[in-house]
Design a protein around this ligand. Structure first.
Ligand code: CP3
Length: 352
């Protein structure tokens, strides 16, 4: 049914196997820094239409893979498709990010929530994945993803992005039982959604825990990691006769490397605050590592970008198990030529 995979360096690095070069893909590799993305987005009219129209989402997914020799494609979508399908009324406001019309404000709001059916409510995601696999024709593997239950709950309760997360943390410390109820429901919804992505052709899975790093160590364990563990334990981690590796990324999670490595993830994504060599010493015998260049380093001079990439590669050192990436998503002002230079530098690098 599927074409054979021509480049499996990314999947092999996820299994900590040695590869001839370090594979690279970039968070938000499809996005506003690409003129062809801005054109597709203008045609779609708005961001949500881009996400929910399989032909457009497929086109945008392939743009960075057509332009640069990246080693993986990532589904073009958003982590907020689940709360969108739960009926919270999602809008993306220019310059402000996501906003929910009906954020969760009471126990009744939470008790009313249902789990979206991936085959109907989120059908566009399965259709998009199947279309991308057909168009990729085995060039590189395709990554599916979801937000962590904690990170989804942050947006659903705050109603938008936040600096201090007063609403959700207020609930954490005043009515933890109610928050656990919401997180349990989200863990079920995320697992169901990711298993549907695997069935539709996702060859690896990434869990984005963007806001886990805002928690105390104990709260991270109980309110974020515990639910990601639950999600990972429920995943069908094999498809098409091959393992489906899971990447766990908690932004700001550098203090919790051992706990993350023991969570059931195959790969730990790291932001730029962590030294790769040290992370490898601590958990590199159990998991592969993904990361971790500061995306703003791509605003620098070309020779400094290359130097920065090489220090990260040297920092990890010899042997398999490193997937090069940024420590967070590419930003809209990034020059595409600098991305080309980064991909080339990583591919040319040979460990001495
Ligand atoms: O990585 C990829 O190329 C795949 C696509 C992808 C998007 N969002 C596209 C997007 C992925 C994996 C995400 C995940 C996502 N979405 C996260 C987790 C990762 C992270 O960045 O921390 C979060 C927190 C969201 C929620 C979200 N979506 C925010 C906060 C915003 C606004 C910020 C911004 O850059 O404007 C979005 C919008 C969004 N998601 C854009 C893209 C390309 C920009 C939309 C546009 O204006 O075209």
């Amino acid at each position: 049914m599927h074409s054979p995979l021509q480049n499996d360096t990314f999947l092999r690095a996820c299994e900590r196997e040695a590869t001839p070069y370090t594979p690279i893909w970039l968070m938000r590799q499809a996005g506003r820094y690409l003129p062809e993305y801005r054109a597709a987005r203008a045609r779609a009219g708005d961001f949500l239409t881009l996400c929910t129209t399989p032909e457009l989402a497929c086109e945008v997914t392939l743009q960075p893979v057509d332009r640069f020799p990246l080693d993986a494609a990532i589904l073009f979508s958003d982590i907020l498709t689940i709360p969108y399908a739960m009926g919270l009324g999602l809008h993306f406001v220019e310059g402000e990010g996501p906003v929910f019309e009906r954020p969760l404000r009471s126990r009744a709001d939470i008790e009313r929530l249902g789990i979206p059916d991936p085959e109907t409510d989120l059908r566009f995601v399965g259709d998009t994945l199947r279309m991308i696999r057909r168009e990729l024709a085995g060039r590189v593997p395709l990554i599916g993803f979801a937000g962590s239950p904690w990170t989804l709950a942050c947006y659903m309760i705050e109603g938008k992005g936040s600096r201090d997360f007063v609403q959700i943390k207020g609930m954490l410390y005043s009515d933890p039982g109610l928050l656990h109820r919401l997180l349990g429901l989200l863990a079920e919804a995320v697992a169901l959604y990711l298993n549907a992505q695997i069935a539709a052709g996702a060859q690896a899975i990434m869990l984005f825990d963007t806001w886990g790093g805002t928690l105390s160590t104990r709260a991270y364990e109980a309110f974020s990691l515990a639910y990601m563990r639950q999600v990972m334990a429920a995943l069908h981690k094999e498809a098409e006769g091959r393992r489906v590796p899971v990447i766990l990324f908690t932004k700001g999670g550098g203090g919790w490397l051992e706990a993350m490595a023991d969570s059931g993830a195959d790969v730990i994504g790291l932001d730029w605050t962590v030294e790769l060599g040290i992370a490898r010493q601590r958990i590199g015998d159990r998991v592969a590592l993904q990361g971790n260049m500061d995306p703003i380093a791509l605003y620098g001079q070309p020779d400094l970008i290359a130097q920065e990439a090489i220090s990260i590669l040297d920092g990890y050192g010899a042997g398999g198990g490193h997937i090069f990436n940024l420590g967070h998503g590419l930003t809209p002002q990034t020059p595409p030529e600098h991305v080309a230079l980064l991909v080339d530098t990583v591919h040319q690098y040979r460990r001495s």
